[in-house]
Design a protein around this ligand. Structure first.
Ligand code: FMN
Length: 222
C-alpha cells in the first residue's frame, strides 16, 4: 500500500487500497477507472428491477456538485420511476441509431427510470451562450458514473421527439429538455473493440453482444 499511516496524510493510492480490500475481505470496491470502463451506454435492462426515487435524487445530487458555467446552476432535473409515465416517455426516445434493424428495447427490457436534464430559461436566457449543452454533458456523466457505482447503468438520449416528450411529462414552458438519461439494471454484454478502417459504428452479433469500437490512445493524443 502506498501509505498505511493515516497520520502522515491522506494520499492513499486508490488502486492499492482497493486491491488490499479485495485481498483481505469479500468486498469489491471499484476504482474510478473501473467505473468509467463499466459505464457503457446500456440500452437493455432488467425492467423489473426498480430504481427508488431516493436513489434518483442521490444521482441528481452528483449533478448538483458538478461544474456549472458562470455558476448559474441553470440546469434542473426531473426524475421518473413511475411505470405508467415511463410507458409514455419511452416512445418519444430514439435508440441506437447505428443498429438499423433494432427499434429499441423490447417490453421487459426497457428503462426502469429516467432523469431529464432541463434548462431553466428563467435562469438562462441564452442556452448556447451559457454553455448549457456543455454543462449537460458534465452532469450527465456525473450521474451515469453514480448509477454504475450503485449497480445500475444507463444511456444518454439526445435524440428524442421534443413535442411528444414535453407533453408526456407535462413540462412547463420555461423548462427545455437538454437530454434524457435512461436508467436501469443493465441486461447487456458490451465489448469494447478497436476501430478498424475508421469504422466507429457500434454493432451487435447474432447472440446480442454489443460491440463498441474505440480509437486507440495513440490515435487520440495528437
Ligand atoms: C451527447 C450524447 C447523446 C447521445 N444520444 C444518444 C441517443 O439519442 N440514443 C442512443 O441510443 N444513444 C445515444 N448516445 C450514446 C452513444 O451512442 C454512445 O455513447 C456511443 O455509442 C459510445 O458507446 P459507449 O457510451 O458505450 O462508450 C449519446 C451519447 C452522448 C454522449
Amino acid at each position: 500500500m502506498a501509505n498505511k499511516n493515516k497520520k502522515n496524510g491522506n494520499f492513499v493510492d486508490i488502486s492499492d487500497l482497493t486491491n488490499h480490500i479485495r485481498r483481505t475481505t469479500n468486498y469489491y470496491i471499484m476504482t474510478l477507472k473501473e467505473i468509467i470502463y463499466k459505464n457503457r451506454s446500456y440500452r437493455r435492462f432488467y425492467e423489473e428491477v426498480d430504481i427508488r426515487k431516493e436513489q434518483l435524487s442521490n444521482l441528481v445530487d452528483l449533478a448538483r456538485m458538478s461544474p456549472s458555467p458562470k455558476n448559474l446552476q441553470a440546469l434542473k432535473f426531473k426524475i421518473c420511476n413511475d411505470r405508467k409515465l415511463n410507458n409514455k416517455i419511452f416512445p418519444a426516445l430514439a435508440w441506437g441509431g447505428y443498429l438499423k434493424n433494432w427499434q429499441g428495447p423490447e417490453k421487459g427490457e426497457r428503462p426502469a427510470a429516467y432523469i431529464f436534464i432541463l434548462a431553466d430559461k428563467k435562469i438562462s436566457s441564452d442556452i448556447a451562450k451559457d454553455y448549457l449543452y456543455t454543462a449537460s454533458g458534465y452532469v450527465a456523466q456525473s450521474m451515469l458514473l453514480g448509477a454504475v457505482e450503485m449497480g445500475f447503468g444507463g444511456c444518454t438520449i439526445a435524440a428524442f421527439r421534443r413535442n411528444e416528450l414535453n407533453k408526456a411529462i407535462n413540462l412547463p414552458e420555461h423548462l427545455e429538455i437538454m437530454m434524457v438519461l435512461a436508467l436501469g439494471k443493465p441486461k447487456e454484454n458490451i465489448i469494447i473493440t478497436e476501430v478498424e478502417n475508421q469504422d466507429i459504428k457500434y454493432y451487435r452479433d447474432e447472440n446480442g453482444n454489443h460491440y463498441v469500437p474505440k480509437r486507440s490512445l495513440n490515435d487520440l493524443i495528437v
